[in-house]
Design a protein around this ligand. Sequence first.
Ligand code: GLA
Length: 385
Amino acid sequence: MSDAKTRAIEAYVRAYKRHPDHIIRAPGRVNIIGEHTDYNDGFVLPCAIDKDTVVAIGHRDGNAIEILSCDYDRRDIFSIDADIEKSPEAWANYGRGMVKYLLQSGYNLSPSRMSIAGDVPLGSGLSSSAALEMAVGRALIEQSGHKIDPTDLALIGQKAENQFVGCSCGIMDQLISAKASAEHAMLIDCRTLECSAIPIPQNSALLIVNSGITHSNSDGAYNERRAQCEKAARHYGVKALRDIDEKQLEAGKSGLDHLSYRRARHVVTENARTLAAADALQDNDLRELGQLMQQSHISMRDDFEITVPEIDQLADIMNDAIAQYCDGKGGARMTGGGFGGCVIALAPREYMDKIIDSIHHNYSKNDDKQLEMLISIPSTGVNII
Ligand code: GLA
C-alpha cells in the first residue's frame, strides 16, 4: 500500500471512527516538453508520475463537507447549502473550489467527510495542487453516485484554481492528472483538448531531480509571462500564439517590443518542438527527443527567462552525462512553471545511476538546498483504489 494511502485511511479511521466508503488517488505530473504553451492554446507532452494524492471519503450526516488534511494537520468544514466562500487557509481553497464548481456544474453532492494525504512533493512543480483537485473532485463524484467525464473534471479543477485559488494556470496539469495512461506520455492539444497517448520506450525511465529551490514570486512571474504572451498575440492579430508559426513570427515582428518578441519566440518554437518530440517518442528516437528537450531548456532560459542558475547547472550536468554515458540517447530540461522546481531527464534506464552519480559529483549546491531524486514510471490518471 502506498504511504499516502495508508496515511489517508489511518487518519480517516482515527478521526471518524469508521472505515471510508471509497479511496481515490490522483497523480502529480512532469512535463516532458511544451512549457508555457498550454495557455497559448498550444501543445504539451506531459506524463503522470507514480506519486499521488489520496482521498478517503465516506458519508457525513447533515449538510456539510468535512475535509481533514494529514499533510497540514488541519480540518475544514463548510455547508453545501450556503454560498461557498474562500477560506483564509490556502490549502482549504482547493477543496472548497472543487465543491463550489462541481455544484455549479449541476452535480448534486452528498454531505461527505474526507481525509487527504499526499506523497507528491509540495511546491516543487510536480502539480500536487492538480492531484489534490482531481482526487477530491473524483471522490465527491463517487460518493454522490455520479459519473463524470475526465475532461470535464479537469476543466472544473482548472476553474477552481483560476477563480478560487487565484492562479491563472492552463489546463495541462489537471488534464494529465485526470486522463494519463500508465507507461505513456500524452500529447495534448490545449485548444481542442484532444489527447493522444504515446508509449514511453520500455527500456527508458524518467529521472526527476527536485532542486529544492522555490521562487517567492513565481505566481506573479507566471501571470506576467501570460500577459506578455497575450500582448504578443494581439500584436499579431491572432486569438493565441498557437495561431502563428516561426515564419509569421519573423515576418510580423516590426513594431513589437523585443521582450514580447522573445516571449512569443519561445512559445512558437516550443509548440513546434513539442509536436516534433511527440513524433520522436512515437518513433522511439530518444536521440532526437533529447535534442528537442535541450533546445527547450535553452529557450526557457534565454527567451522566456524562467530558469535560475542552479536549474541551468543541473540541466547541463544531466545533458553532459547523457552525452557521455547514453551516447546522446535522451535529454534533460527543467519541467513546469519555472523559477526553481525540478529538472527531468528521459534516458535509458540502465544509465540512471551514472546520471545520478554525475549530479552528485558536479552540482555545486548550497548546504541548505538538498536535492531529491526520484526515478519514476509514468502512471495512470485519477482512479478508485
Ligand atoms: C504550471 C501551470 C500549467 C502550465 C505550466 C507551464 O504548471 O499550472 O498550466 O502553464 O506551469 O508549462
